[in-house]
Design a protein around this ligand. Structure first.
Ligand code: IDP
Ligand code: MG
Length: 151
């Protein structure tokens, strides 16, 4: 079992796409274990995007991610990180496959709707950054035996 951190960015929220985006992860079989709605502080945004500090798009990225409410999710499942990244699509929506979230709803890299952790280490760091341990819910999904071979 793997966990990943997903954010519906402010454009996704403002465009009324939160339900559609959550639906896609749920339909994929990823289990929601945490969810919150918030306007990220600049400090939180800076810690989340620390690896991009100094890049030309960094100031715009911080303005963008703090520009309004986001929906933050912790998802769990086998291969959850890669599965979620594939459901999200390539960073530049122009290159994202049709059928992915960015490929279906995005057209420019600076408004690409969703964040997903890119590896196990980043996922652990990001989950700890956005969620307190007690905010993550351990639960059994009744449909798991139809979604997961080993559950
Ligand atoms: P990812 O979100 O697919 O992991 P990263 O390369 O980690 O992509 O970049 C983080 C975020 O920074 C992107 O999702 C996008 O919002 C923004 N970003 C990346 N490159 C550019 C760019 O060239 N122009 C504007 N924004 C960018
Ligand atoms: Mg990234």
């Amino acid at each position: 079992m793997e966990r990943t951190l997903i954010i519906v960015k402010p454009d996704g929220v403002q465009r009324g796409l939160t339900g559609e985006i959550v639906r896609r992860f749920e339909a994929r079989g990823l289990r929601i274990i945490g969810m919150k709605f918030m306007i990220p502080s600049r400090e939180l945004a800076a810690r989340h995007y620390a690896v991009h500090e100094g890049k030309p798009f960094y100031p715009g990225l911080i303005d963008y991610i703090t520009s309004g409410p986001v929906l933050v999710m912790a998802l769990e499942g086998p291969g959850a990180i890669e599965a979620a990244r594939n459901t999200i699509g390539k960073t530049n929506p122009v290159e994202a496959a049709a059928g992915s979230i960015r490929g279906d709803f995005g057209i420019t890299i600076g408004r690409n709707l969703v964040h997903g952790s890119d590896g196990p280490e980043t996922a652990a760091k990001e989950l700890a950054l956005w969620f307190e341990p007690h905010e993550l819910v351990n639960w059994q999904r009744d449909t798991d035996r139809w979604i997961l071979e080993d559950n």
